[in-house]
Structure formats: C-alpha cells, structure tokens
Design a protein around this ligand. Structure first.
Ligand code: PGA
Length: 268
C-alpha cells in the first residue's frame, strides 16, 4: 500500500484529481471506477473545474459506479445515478451512455444483474482506476463486514451502522432503501489501481484496521493489503490512529524523489 498523508481534505481531493486526470489524458479509452458519498464530492468539484478551466476531456471515458440502491428509479433524487449527474456527469463532456451503475429493480433477478455488470466491466477491458471511500465500519462499496473477500457484484443488505451513517442524506418522510447492488471485493481487487480517499476523525479507526489490522472480512477494506497498486490518500484526522505516520511521510518523500528522477509511471 502507498499511504499518503495530507494536511487537509482539500489536498486529498487535489491529489485524487491529479490521478484521474493523468489516467484520462494518457489512456485512449480509460475506464474509471466511481464512488458516491460525501468524500469524493470535492474530487468531482476539482474534476469539473479542470474540465471547465483546463480543457480536461471525459469524452473517451467509460465509468462504472461501485453501487446503487436496489429498486430505485434513476430519476429519484436519492439514486446514485442522480448523485453522479449532479456532481460530475452533467458538468463534463462524458457520454452518459458510457456511464454504468449496478442497477436492479424488483422485476429483475439480482444474480443475473450482478453477472451482467461483471461482464460489462470485462467487455470494456476492466477498470483502470477505482475511486473508493471507506465506511466507518471498514466497508468499501456496500461490502459490509462479513462480505466475502472473493465477492462479485451482487445484492447486499445494509448494516444498521451504514443506514444510520447515511440517514443524514435523507429528508424526513423520504424512504431510505435498506438493500443495494454493489461491486464485490474481488471486483474492486481486479481494478489496475485503487485510490482510496478517507478524511475526518470518524474514519480513523477504519483506516487503522484497513492498514495495520488483520486481513479480515470484518474489515472489508483490509483486502486492499493484497492489492498490487493500492494508494491510500488520508488527511491528518483520518490518519490520526496510525502509529507509523512518520515512516509513511518519509516513504512518500522518497517516492516523490524517485518520481522526479525517473518520471511518474502508471501501468494502465
Ligand atoms: P462517505 O462514505 O464518503 O459519505 O463518508 C464513504 C463510504 O461509505 O464508502
């Protein structure tokens, strides 16, 4: 794992935006894995800004979102499709026909929908860069604790903690779905690079478990210990429970020197 600690959340977003723009300017047909939630909003703001002021183009980009609520209409304001439109898709030149979310309604078989999402990812050559947040319980996507580390896109029942954490996003009287379709942990592990962003003190324990805890289905993000190219972007608060912060900061400085000498190289 490459662990990079920044002073604040804004710097985390700036660095994440740098990773995304590198990929989409260098690769002819880049495939992005996208995430919803509060954390990536500032990343999407940076990307929209780069599109508007620096001509960053998304015209050749395909995207796959990590998850979507079960049986929700795309035009429901709580759907993750709406979130993506509001925060990114409607403000850049991406062809929305090339943006995918793992949907499933009551008339569809979740197993069939999950398999077809996996096939769709494969048919476009796999995900180059997967953006991730992390839940306070260590989830990635909606892979809640006890999710199989070999799981694929499927339907999941959300934990009470996730429902409580996300209830802030629902207005009074609005129905909060308790099931979702999510990429599995093996799906995420197939991405060539994963970029996990975590900010704020409420993520500090999950971040510690992910980086220094045991590889365990009880902390799904710990699976990233097995990923060849996992980059973890943290602000100081999210890094606050890590014991070896000085080492990570020093190692990052050494990496930057290597990049300056030999050039930044991504094996996309
Ligand atoms: P958050 O969610 O960015 O809203 O904290 C992260 C997650 O649950 O993956």
């Amino acid at each position: 794992m490459q662990i990079i600690i920044f002073d604040d959340a804004e710097q985390v977003a700036e660095n994440a935006a740098h990773w995304v723009s590198e990929l989409i300017t260098k690769k002819a047909k880049p495939v992005l894995g996208l995430a919803t939630g509060s954390t990536p909003i500032s990343l999407y703001k940076q990307l929209v800004n780069k599109h508007k002021t620096a001509g960053l183009s998304f015209s050749n980009v395909s995207s796959f979102n990590l998850d979507e609520y079960h049986n929700i209409n795309a035009d429901n304001s709580q759907s993750y499709r709406s979130f993506m439109k509001e925060n990114l898709f409607d403000h850049v030149d991406i062809d929305q026909k090339n943006t995918f979310l793992p949907t499933c309604n009551n008339e569809q078989n979740p197993r069939v929908q999950g398999l077809s999402y996996e096939d769709n990812i494969k048919s476009l050559g796999g995900i180059d860069l997967q953006i991730l947040g992390i839940g306070a319980n260590g989830h990635i996507g909606f892979n809640e604790p006890t999710s199989s580390l070999s799981s694929r896109t499927r339907i999941k029942t959300l934990t009470q903690q996730t429902l409580t954490d996300n209830s802030r996003l629902f207005k009074e009287g609005e129905e909060q779905p308790s099931m979702a379709m999510t990429m599995g942990i093996a799906t995420i592990m197939d991405a060539r690079y994963v970029l996990l962003m975590a900010t704020g003190e409420n993520k500090a324990k999950a971040v510690k478990d992910m980086i220094t805890g045991a590889l365990s289905a009880m902390c799904p993000a710990s699976a990233l210990q097995m990923h060849e190219n996992a980059v973890i972007l943290l602000d100081k608060a999210a890094a606050s429970q890590l014991e070896d912060q000085e080492y990570y900061i020093w190692a990052d400085k050494q990496h930057r020197k290597i990049n300056e000498t030999y050039g930044f190289y991504h094996n996309y």
